[in-house]
Design a protein around this ligand. Sequence first.
Ligand code: NAD
Length: 249
Amino acid sequence: NRLKEKVAIVTGAGSGMGLEEAKLLAQEGATVILTDINEDNVMKAASDIQAAGGQAIAYKHDVASEEQWSTIVNEVMSKFGKIDVLVNNAGISLAISMLESTLEQWNRVISINMTSVFLGMKHVIPHMIESKQGSIINISSIAGLTGGSGAGAYTASKGGVRLLSKAAAVDYGKFNIRVNSVHPGFITTPMSEELIQNEQMHQWFLSQTALPRVGEAPEVAQAVLFLASDESSYITGAELAVDGGVTAK
Ligand code: NAD
């Protein structure tokens, strides 16, 4: 067990990559707090993990709400006494260009994808400072590494997650807190399913990758597990692309 006796929060754990991350962390011995705005999905995910012998609880959680972060973190602290791992995974996509998006759409993407990461770290890091250790994994995207095209708000939100991760790594490293970002490429999840099933888009994805296929959510979860575990004890402020080689091209 690579995460024995660890307590881990995973946001957006009701679906896709967050669900696979939560399952894998629980399999490796962590007590996992799954949160998601979709209550039915996250409750089912936690009970599936329990049924498989893992330790899990679930919360309905809008990651853009500071009040909800505060409530959940306080409850987790009183139940489990510490938080070792935080995976800021929840996010939404918005495939429209900068000029097409309204201020409302811009604000929504920035708050759910990026402000959420600020709020999560703001509420969890003080407890990690107390216990003088912690690993935070923020899920960005290949869209947080390059300018991409046709998704200005999404790209800005994910680029912000990348540098906010480094800023936190620099400031809180002295407390043995590590902060890294993970940058998935084209991964099959409910978020991307429709695009990946579109034959023309699928062919375009394949033209972008080095490995001749799209990725699967458990492959991203393995990267998150590595960064959560002590195996990555000297890795902080790093960005790990899990993209089949897209950004190598
Ligand atoms: P998904 O849609 O399957 O899962 C996202 C989860 O986040 C859902 O369960 C959803 O209910 C939850 N969520 C949405 N808004 C929320 C909110 N305000 N508060 C709490 N939870 C909320 O998508 P996924 O593909 O698994 O995406 C996970 C992360 O990976 C996202 O941050 C996404 O931007 C990123 N990502 C995805 C891909 C891809 O190809 N699928 C590529 C790069 C990055």
